[in-house]
Design a protein around this ligand. Sequence first.
Ligand code: ARG
Length: 446
Amino acid sequence: MKKIEEFLESISFDKRLYKYDIQGSIAHVKMLTKCKIIADSEGKIIVKALKEIEKEIKTGKFEFHPSLEDIHTHIEKRLIEKIGDIGAKLHTGRSRNDQITLDMHLFLRDEIKEIAKLIRNLQKSILKVAEKNIDVVMPGYTHLQHAQPILFSHWIMAYFFMLDRDWERLLNTFDRVDVSPLGAAALAGTSHPIDREYTARLLGFSKVAPSSMDAVSDRDFIIEFLAHASLIMMHLSRLSEELILFSSKEFGFIELAEAFTTGSSIMPQKRNPDVCELIRGKTGKVYGNLMSLLTTMKSLPLAYNRDMQEDKVPLFDTVDTLKDSLSIYAQMLDTMKIDKKRMLAFLEGDFSMATDLADYLVKKGLPFRKAHQIMSKLVKETIKKKKGLNALTLKDFKTYSKLFDRDVFETIKVEAGIAARKSLGGTAKESVKRLIVQGKETVKKK
Ligand code: ARG
């Protein structure tokens, strides 16, 4: 029999919800007294005992047994042990089915607030890096090939805006988490004259779930959260991938502080970017958690089914992974070093300015397609000669088009190419500065 008990239990993981379970029970008791379903004096005794139980759990004095299945049964059993029959009145007009989903709503409401703060915090770290390195230039990539020179600040600000969408998505989901299912009871409501609006107000919820059937069987709010969490991790994973590449010997653009890397057990020269690698790796697990609950919920008939107990482990795991990743990331960016000379060196003698030269010819009257053809030929032949753009003389340029003149040497400068891209959202310093100003306003939003 023992094995079955262990198979059914959820206390090993749902004890984490004790604070919310007690919070919900206190609101429920207060409502029962207000609606004269139990006596005031009884309500007071129950509330007092619940608060004592909370302290017992907090201080590690409370004993958990798998035979008592879950956190709800544990607390109720202890309540009855402490105050007898009065304690047995707590569960009037309620079921574990609305109780568990209430706990999950309360838990996720707090966690979303916390995670939203961590996102803002990371965004602030990004702003600091961008501001500090506003003038640093680097190769901008498409297909991981040198494309056009950009500002390093422009590069990192891209992640700021990804996180901003993440923040908005989370807060949007918050509206659906901020709903009280309490009072839905087992599935069909209750014959006791309860007041669902009152408990919702006591618990600080903005809304009451309209249908008792839906309230006890809905896990959409958790799935939404898991989906948003997957996107956040995807963003952090992409940034990690770039930091891993950029900190390699081949790139050498950045250096991560020692605390965020580890040494190799046999190769003394190595500093491995393990934190980035683990964040990239854990992203897979977070996606898995989303798929896990989506699959659990698929085909479940109304209303509550025990399958739903399987929502907790993936949710808790995602919450923990996400919070750790976000806070570690902010610290990692705060201590990251940048090698601006090396980034610039990669641009000197490459062909990142080829588009600017085509645009130069366009500005002198050539149709763009023709200018592009001329530049393609010029680049191809220069590469063949094992030279970079910066090695060409005016005479060399003139063999490709008579429109080339002395001012071509100004145009060819990396700084000039960057400064010229003043379009909205472009890489020119003034455009990036605008992004930073916009970003600073955004992070004030709570
Ligand atoms: N441990 C259960 C869960 O996590 C709590 C609700 C149990 N309800 C029931 N009718 N067995 O979903």
